[in-house]
Design a protein around this ligand. Structure first.
Ligand code: ADP
Ligand code: MG
Length: 327
């Protein structure tokens, strides 16, 4: 039977040899990571809790992937390059088949993202998976939430809403064919962090964030930090062919108030349109222009976001983003 330390050494301590690797990784009191000249650290933490962020019994390999993916997505949204991560785990028991699959999913994404596991903590408890990622970026090129300017275009990477579509299918909020559910589930279980796109946008885009709790709620974070408003065209929101075949209300709910998308929402000046399209093309990620940042007067009694249809006609919308304390 494995104990805490043999578990760590079997599943979570591979040695890295790349020139960018940490000076010291798993096994000491701290890891040692050398800052790269001219860059600042970008640090973020995200936690996944059973029954809150994933169903009990969820596929362990997919969980390993997603635990790291949601954190890398935050680095992507900052325009930062991934360097290293720590992993804090609470496990109800030592299940070797589960650990093997979890660690495989985790390392597969870590290896192809150039992100090294350098430490963590392991304890017994209700299944909880917490990663802290360390990346770096040139300070002046970081994509901060407070940097949107009136007149900027608003862009979205990839497509929105498939993870929410899958969740609704699993909860039987709406019917889905088994094939459509399987396809939408891939978006929910295997989100792809947009690291290459984020890095290509650093220095081109103004503000960015990753959409984890639904566009409507997340875009507000940029608007509040930037003291701005927005006009967003609901019909322009990019969606998969599967979602585009659903009734209009489901499409709207999934694209606007979904969650678990891990796409980037970013703003860029109109003069940067070609550069944004080139950034998307260079990393083979579609980028879609969906709206405009507007001047916003906090004293005026107006909505921060004006949602419109494709003709620019305002559409009233009561949907909002996901809140973890809303039961
Ligand atoms: P400490 O007593 O200093 O908290 P631990 O005994 O918790 O250290 O951990 C021993 C070593 O193993 C440390 O280097 C720690 O970073 C690492 N570690 C613990 N759990 C994990 C994990 N789940 N993944 C990677 N490294 C881990
Ligand atoms: Mg410890």
């Amino acid at each position: 039977m494995l104990n805490e330390f043999s578990l760590i050494s079997r599943y979570f301590s591979r040695h890295e040899k790349s020139p960018d690797a940490a000076i010291l990784g798993v096994g000491d009191d701290c890891a040692l990571l050398a800052p790269r000249p001219g860059r600042v650290l970008a640090i973020s933490t995200d936690m996944l809790v059973e029954d809150r962020h994933f169903f009990a019994g969820a596929d362990a390999r997919a969980l390993g992937h997603k635990t790291l993916a949601v954190n890398l997505s935050d680095l992507a949204a900052m325009g930062a390059a991934a360097r290293a991560f720590t992993l804090a785990l609470a496990l109800p028991s030592i299940d070797e088949a589960w650990l093997e699959a979890f660690s495989d999913g985790l390392y597969a994404l870590a290896d192809r993202s150039g992100c090294e596991l350098i430490g963590g903590d392991t304890t017994k408890g209700p299944l909880t998976l917490c990663v802290t990622v360390f990346g770096d970026v040139e300070a002046t090129r970081a994509l901060r939430r407070d940097a949107a300017a009136p007149g900027d275009d608003i862009w979205i990477s990839g497509t929105l809403g498939d993870a929410r579509l899958a969740l609704g299918g699993l909860r039987e909020e709406w019917p889905l064919t088994p094939e459509d559910l399987a396809t939408a589930r891939r978006a929910m279980d295997w989100p792809e962090p947009r690291l290459a796109l984020g890095a290509a946008l650093a220095g081109v885009a103004h503000a960015a964030l990753d959409i984890s709790d639904g566009l409507a709620g997340d875009v507000l974070h940029i608007l509040e930090r930037s003291n701005a408003g927005a006009r967003i065209d609901l019909d322009a929101l990019p969606r998969s062919a599967i979602l585009a075949n659903q009734p209009a209300m489901i499409q709207r709910q999934c694209t606007v108030a979904g969650g678990d998308d891990y796409e980037l929402c970013f703003t860029a000046p109109v003069t940067a349109r070609d550069a944004v399209l080139a950034a998307g093309a260079s990393c083979r990620v579609p980028v879609t222009r969906v709206g405009t940042i507007t001047a916003f007067d906090t004293r005026a009694d107006e909505a921060r976001i004006v949602w419109t249809d494709g003709d620019g006609k305002p559409v009233p919308l009561a949907l909002r983003g996901f809140d973890h304390f809303d039961d």
